[in-house]
Ligand binder design. Structure first.
Ligand code: ADP
Length: 289
């Protein structure tokens, strides 16, 4: 099971004076069960790439397969394959349209022909997932919410369709730090317990280092790096710099200390782990004296 791109290119406005090639002849396979982080400078092609994965953007050349099915076809099989891929957009307010939160979240499951009881069960589960109390919020309008709450509703609407592949394009914008942590914890739990594949576009390198087991770095419409996040952050500083992205702040601190001659690792997943590396080094000094 996988999402596979075979020689996929996408050009916006082909043939017009504004023609822009956003993705160049890209071949990559995202395996079921992976947690893939996608980073790159603004305009590097991240949004185009993820929208190709569920057919929102069509390849100008090449083919996108979801579990072996070419999703550009008009067949039922292609539609079913596209429905396996759920996408939370960068701007969730554009994703909401029903008069109540519950109806909004129910839209996907209802479209799949589930019974009323099953739809309600999905809505409750999805609201719990994103930390919205059912009683308080079910009948409210989604348009009177704060940006962070709108984002929760948009994520719930995608969770409610139980996607096999969950794409999140900068999902944490507008969320407060606690809300962010809660939602990411839930996403990680579903990733681990249900084995869903997660594809996360983020500017937050620490989120990537902490959660992703694979990292794709985009630059000018090409995947320029593909590997384990800590390997890339530890050994590919020059290539990252050229792509206009940086290592997580904590990795930067540890690399600076390495340059000052400290014999420490820069391979950490979180700021806490980084602090511990420095703490252990200081303790080592104490013991040496
Ligand atoms: P990112 O998500 O990394 O910021 P995008 O995929 O949004 O990158 O954009 C890649 C390139 O394609 C950019 O140069 C952008 O200006 C261009 N682009 C994106 N969307 C459109 C569009 N709808 N029409 C024309 N050009 C676009």
């Amino acid at each position: 099971m996988s999402i596979t791109l075979e020689h996929v290119s996408h050009t916006y406005g082909a043939g017009s004076p504004f023609e822009k090639k956003a993705l160049n002849d890209t071949s990559v396979e995202i395996h079921a069960g992976e947690f893939v982080g996608i980073i790159g400078h603004t305009g590097s092609g991240k949004s185009t790439f993820v929208q190709l994965l569920n057919g929102l953007v069509q390849p100008t050349e090449g083919t996108v397969y979801v579990d072996g099915t070419d999703i550009s076809q008009k067949s039922d099989a292609a539609m079913a394959a596209r429905h396996k891929v759920g996408m939370v957009f960068q701007y969730p307010e554009y994703q909401l349209f029903e008069e109540t939160i519950a109806k909004d979240i129910a839209f996907g499951p209802r479209n799949f022909g589930l019974s009323d009881a099953d739809v309600e069960e999905r809505v409750r589960e999805a609201m719990e997932f994103v930390g919205l109390d059912y009683k308080t919020y079910a009948d409210r309008s989604p348009f009177r919410l704060s940006g962070g709450q709108m984002r929760r509703v948009a994520i719930a609407g995608v969770i409610a369709i139980h996607p096999d592949y969950l794409i999140l394009d900068e999902p944490s914008a507008g969320l407060d730090p606690i809300g962010r942590r809660e939602i990411f914890a839930e996403i990680q739990r579903w990733h681990k317990e249900k084995g869903i594949t997660v594809i996360l576009v983020s500017h937050n390198m620490e989120d990537i280092a902490q959660m992703a087991d694979r990292l794709l770095v985009l630059s000018h419409g090409d995947i320029v790096l593909d590997g384990k996040p800590l390997d890339i952050f530890s050994t590919q500083q020059e290539a990252l710099h050229q792509a206009g992205v940086s290592v997580p702040p904590v990795t930067g601190v540890l690399q600076y200390l390495q340059q000052q001659g400290l014999p420490i690792t820069d391979r950490v997943h979180t700021a806490d782990e980084g602090a511990n590396v420095i703490y252990q080094w200081i303790r080592g000094l104490d013991h040496a004296h």
